[in-house]
Design a protein around this ligand. Structure first.
Ligand SMILES: Nc1nc2c(ncn2[C@@H]2O[C@H](COP(=O)(O)OP(=O)(O)OP(=O)(O)O)[C@@H](O)[C@H]2O)c(=O)[nH]1
Ligand SMILES: [Mg+2]
Length: 328
């Protein structure tokens, strides 16, 4: 049965929300994610009319729709270096998601899913601390409503030292208000650290090998979150809301965006292989972008990949290293 899921992207200006969304369908199409390639998810942009129509009406809506491809425009903007989302409105994008391969029974027996993903300028929900950013009240009210009506939030944060960031206070307050609000529908929150490839640019051909190791991602997440004051606010949402942490890069590890970490031994675009995955498909993927499917697939399905981590996973590692330091 078709299910509708609303997902709201939230995060500071220049955090990478629009880029994450723009690279999403390519990431899914190229299986550039940490899910098993046997999951075989498919994600295609659809029009608002298709999203709104009853299932039997969907084909008709398809035919009648003359909507200009908003999502195509977003992809183009991204490919040309990115455009800051304006503060005049919030923007909805629609997708049809299906899972065509092996998945846990609670997932395969459901779907397809119709997703509404809401993008907006970072300054509306997470302005810099103390800054007076003029935003129309109507737009603020619309986004607030959309956040409360969403089943999932994807929090996109740039992978920088969080204690240096000017927006951590507003983010903490936003999470507080969300925790207190009674009429929220929220079931899942994914915290996605964007621009992950930037950590590896000095590693040359090893960059991709390290990036593909979930243990490296877990380690990086733990370090990044150590100073995050908003982390406890997020934890307060549990257990009603399940929270996951992940990393991603809309740019990925290819030359297209002038990344320095392309394999220097290969001319042109090189195909990568993720270690520890057998099977022919895994050998032939481009890996561009990198893991940007994770936040949205978890938000929509509640399905974990090798790169989505729970509080328990983050904590378990903390205990292990505490124990090993006692023995050291
Ligand atoms: N290195 C690197 N830069 C990225 C990546 N993704 C996005 N960027 C750049 O980061 C900047 C901000 O990205 P956006 O996607 O526009 O960020 P946003 O959160 O939508 O920002 P607002 O719309 O202003 O709230 C742009 O200049 C992007 O080109 C990435 O994976 N790696
Ligand atoms: Mg944007």
């Amino acid at each position: 049965m078709t299910e509708k899921v609303a997902i709201c992207l939230v995060g500071p200006k220049k955090g990478g929300k629009s880029s994450l969304l723009a690279s999403l369908t390519d990431c899914v199409a190229q299986s550039a994610f940490g899910y098993s390639p046997r999951l075989r998810p498919a994600l295609q942009p659809i029009t608002r009319a298709e999203f709104s129509a009853e299932p039997s009406e969907a084909r008709k809506a398809d035919l009648l729709s003359i909507e200009q491809g908003d999502y195509e425009r977003m992809k183009r903007d991204f490919a040309e270096g990115g455009v800051a989302t304006d503060t005049l409105d919030t923007y909805e994008y629609y997708f049809r998601l299906s899972v065509n391969g092996e998945a846990p029974p609670e997932v395969v027996t459901r779907g397809p899913w119709l997703l509404e993903v809401i993008d907006s300028a970072g300054e509306i929900a997470v302005p810099p601390d103390g800054a007076e950013v003029p935003i129309l009240n109507d737009v603020k009210a619309k986004l607030a409503r959309q956040m409360l009506d969403s089943e999932a939030l994807v929090l996109v944060l740039p992978m920088v030292r969080l204690e240096d960031s000017a927006w951590t206070g507003t983010l903490a307050r936003l999470l507080d208000r969300l925790a207190l609000s009674r009429d929220r529908k929220l079931k899942r929150v994914v915290v996605a650290f964007s621009q992950y490839e930037r950590l590896f640019i000095r590693l040359g051909p090893s960059a991709f090998t390290y990036a593909c190791d979930p243990a490296v991602a877990l380690h990086v997440l733990k370090k990044s979150l150590r100073a995050a004051q908003w982390l406890d606010r997020l934890r307060a949402l549990e257990p009603a809301v399940s929270v996951r942490f992940t990393v991603c890069s809309a740019y990925g590890f290819t030359k297209r965006f002038q990344n320095a970490n392309m394999d220097p031994h290969q001319p042109g675009e090189r195909r990568f292989r993720r270690a520890s995955l057998e099977g022919a498909r895994a050998y032939s993927e481009y890996w561009r972008p990198f893991l940007t499917a994770e936040p949205m697939l978890y938000a929509a399905l509640g399905l974990d990949s090798a790169f989505t981590f729970s509080y328990a996973q983050l904590d378990a590692r903390a205990k292990e290293s505490a124990a090993s330091s006692i023995l050291a």
